[in-house]
Ligand binder design. Structure first.
Ligand code: F6P
Length: 334
């Protein structure tokens, strides 16, 4: 069999480990031929495709980013210019005589892959995003690494906040979901954690900081998800820091962690999740299970139909046990 593999959407640690898992299993276990499609779906439009051999797979396990490159190509966007893109992509796949297309990506990728499946292309997808917002999988690789990076950053803010008796606000990524903020906020000892899924009130936040001061806690750590509501299009950390300083008179500073959360080597958890998902994707191809996304279900690797995933977001539930437990310990969620 001949398979094509592409990586699409925001990069994250673990993509190369996934490419390694897919390709080593395909080549060594199933005797398949593997072709790397460069820069996401755009590679199908540009015919930017090269064979991948075992030699190309060395040193990938702990390498950040993606050796194939990525893009946010929106093939099925209803713009006149993109009308014939799907046909072009299908034509490339047919000319390459690919038996299956492996798509590694987040929500946008799952959607595009589902559309290609509708056009008769054999696709298998693997969920990839630091946001952890892909429906139908308990976790996506990239998330654990982003949480680890954010937690290390929050740990560092405690010493400078306590030295200056300041409020430190740190903004983490996550797009419209609060998963990174929730997990890193709880792991990093955040006193206030704001996520898009829960409303917040500046008065409550101010009171929490003042109450802490009355108990002799002269500094506070505030972890905010980039997707929380603000006004005038202000960035989350900038807005919350300004509001806190105005509300409490506390000296406040903000840090936007940004793309550091998407860089560098994946954690051991993400490397093994990537390896397991990559291998499972290849097993699905060998057994003809197309039109499905590989997923982590509890401690098992399985898969679900793509049509169940496309167009959905997995958001934090207000009754998540980290929120329940945080509230019991006096952490403010807004
Ligand atoms: O989806 C991953 C992500 O890092 C989001 O958390 C963030 O909002 C977005 O990508 C940034 O997009 P870009 O890489 O296009 O700037």
């Amino acid at each position: 069999m001949k398979i094509g593999i592409l990586t699409s959407g925001g990069d994250c640690p673990g993509i190369n480990a996934t490419i390694r898992g897919v390709c080593k299993t395909a080549i060594n276990h199933y005797g398949m031929e593997v072709y790397g499609i460069h820069n996401g779906f755009r590679g199908l439009l540009d015919n930017d495709i090269t064979p991948l051999t075992d030699k190309d797979l060395t040193g990938l396990l702990n390498l950040g980013g993606t050796i194939l490159g990525t893009s946010r190509e929106k093939t099925f966007r209803k713009r006149a210019s993109s009308q014939n893109k799907p046909k072009l992509m299908v034509k490339t796949i047919q000319e390459m005589q690919l038996d299956c297309l492996v798509c590694i990506g987040g929500n946008g990728t799952q959607k595009t892959a589902a559309e290609l499946a509708q056009l008769g292309v054999n696709v298998v997808t693997i969920p990839k995003t630091i946001d952890n917002d892909v429906w139908g999988t308990d976790s996506s690789f990239g998330f654990d690494t982003a949480v680890t990076i954010a937690t290390e950053a929050i740990d560092r803010l405690h010493s400078t906040a306590s030295s200056h008796q300041r409020v430190m606000v740190i903004e983490v990524m996550g797009h419209k979901a609060g998963w990174i903020a929730l997990h890193s906020g709880m792991a990093g000892g955040g006193d206030i954690i704001l996520i898009p899924e829960l409303e917040y009130n500046i008065r409550n936040i101010g009171n929490t900081i003042i109450e802490r001061l009355k108990k002799g806690k002269t500094y506070s750590i505030v972890v905010v998800a980039e997707g929380i509501k603000t006004i005038d299009g202000k960035k989350a950390a900038e807005y919350i820091a300004q509001e806190i300083e105005y509300e409490t008179g506390f000296e406040t500073r903000e840090t936007v962690l940004g793309y550091i959360q998407r860089g560098g080597a994946p954690t051991a958890f993400d490397r093994n999740l990537a390896t397991r998902m990559g291998g499972h994707a290849t097993e699905m191809i060998a057994t003809g299970q197309f039109g499905r996304m590989v997923s982590l279900q509890g401690d098992k690797i399985g898969s679900i139909p793509l049509e169940e995933v496309a167009g959905k977001l997995k958001l934090v539930n207000e009754n998540h046990d980290l929120i329940i437990q945080g509230k019991r310990m006096g952490i403010c969620f807004g």
